[in-house]
Write a protein that binds this ligand. Structure first.
Ligand code: UT7
Length: 325
């Protein structure tokens, strides 16, 4: 009974669609450049909703899909790099919003790998027998930390939330987990926070909290680490890449995925991609994609799926799962 499986999925994106043509009116860019370099056509942008609001809406849909009440939840984990506030956590705000009064709550920050880290943590709580029903959400309002004058980054990101309900089961749904980090490469992708500024600090020049990224370094890191993640998550299992029906990557850039598919000789059609509609939604992207596949009826019982994330930290990770629904 101490195995973990996915009982339900949910997602939510803001109504406002921002196209590449809309961006042409804000910065010196073009639809042609964005599409050919990234595969992104449009993204959703919050018109005032904060991260907890997106997260709660995705959570309600995941609970419906799992046929579970909010009262049944033992734990809520929110992965995000765009919390509403330093405290309370987004997960505590979600708890109130959905009425999950029996749940413990905490947030995690693992860049765009946050959803993978969150499922890994949730799985450990179930494997240990401490908890039975766990909500894991990846949610971001990246538009609030986007520098809308920086064409190198503002064309890439979008807002959204994806969620899964994990539950204890006799049937092993989460087959294998893998994660890693290399903090020494942290400078390649940053969202600066608040400087230490107290009566004992030297003069502080505060910097705005905008995303800063070295695109080339992240590109090189991603293409290398995705293949390493496949190898590690399949290690010590009965499965190889040939057994995998779908790969759900963090939705950052079509060219990254195409490069990986070619290098690892994997049919590109195995990768589920929806980044042309949503852009890069960091912690939310894999959950949104999984929910979309579930709702489209693409997933059949016993399908083996790999979800793989990579991003700020730098961090990475993968989950090998069997679809039990
Ligand atoms: O969750 C992980 C998040 N990060 C990523 O996924 C990023 C990974 N990296 C990438 O996807 C790519 O590096 C980018 C899409 C960010 C950039 O593509 P690139 O092919 O590496 O372009 P570049 O940075 O080498 O820039 C090429 C040119 C430059 O002009 P010059 O110096 O050659 O004249 C840029 O200034 O393209 C210019 N450029 C743009 N032009 C039009 C950069 N951004 C834009 C833009 N529109 N939005």
């Amino acid at each position: 009974m101490n195995h973990a499986e996915i009982a339900g999925t949910g997602s939510y994106v803001p109504q406002k669609i921002m196209t590449n043509e809309d961006l042409e009116r804000i910065v010196d860019t073009s639809d042609e450049w964005i599409l050919s370099r990234t595969g992104i056509r449009q993204r959703r942008i919050s018109e005032g909703e904060n991260t907890s609001s997106l997260a709660a809406k995705a959570a309600i849909k995941a609970l419906e899909d799992a046929k579970m009440d909010a009262d049944d939840l033992d734990l809520i984990i929110v992965a995000t790099v765009t919390q509403d506030t330093f405290t309370p956590s987004v997960s505590c705000l979600v708890q109130v919003e959905i009425g999950a009064k029996n749940a413990s709550c905490f947030d995690i920050t693992a860049g765009c790998s946050g959803f993978i880290y969150g499922i890994n943590i949730g799985t450990q709580f179930i494997n240990s027998g401490q908890y039975k029903n766990i909500l894991v959400i990846g949610a971001e309002v990246l538009s609030k930390v986007t520098n809308w004058e920086d064409r190198n980054t503002c064309v890439l990101f979008g807002d959204g939330a994806g969620a899964v309900v994990l539950k204890a089961s006799d049937n092993k749904g989460i087959i294998s987990v893998y994660m890693g980090a290399s903090g020494d490469e942290n400078r390649y992708l940053e969202i600066p926070g608040i400087e230490v500024n107290n009566p004992f600090s030297p003069e502080v020049i505060s910097k705005p909290s905008y995303i800063k990224m070295n695109g080339l370094e992240i590109f090189k890191f991603a293409t290398k680490i995705i293949r390493k993640s496949f190898k590690n998550v399949l290690q010590n299992t009965d499965y190889s890449l040939d057994d995998i029906k779908y790969i759900i990557p963090h939705q950052a850039n079509y060219r990254i995925i195409n490069h990986v598919a070619q290098k690892a000789k994997i049919d590109i059609n195995k990768f589920y991609l929806n980044l042309e509609k949503y852009g890069n939604t960091s912690s939310a992207s894999i959950g949104i994609a999984l929910d979309e596949m579930n709702k489209k009826g693409l997933l059949s019982k016993d399908d083996k799926i790999i979800m793989v994330g990579f991003g700020g930290g730098l961090t990475w990770g993968a989950i090998l799962l069997k679809w039990n629904k």
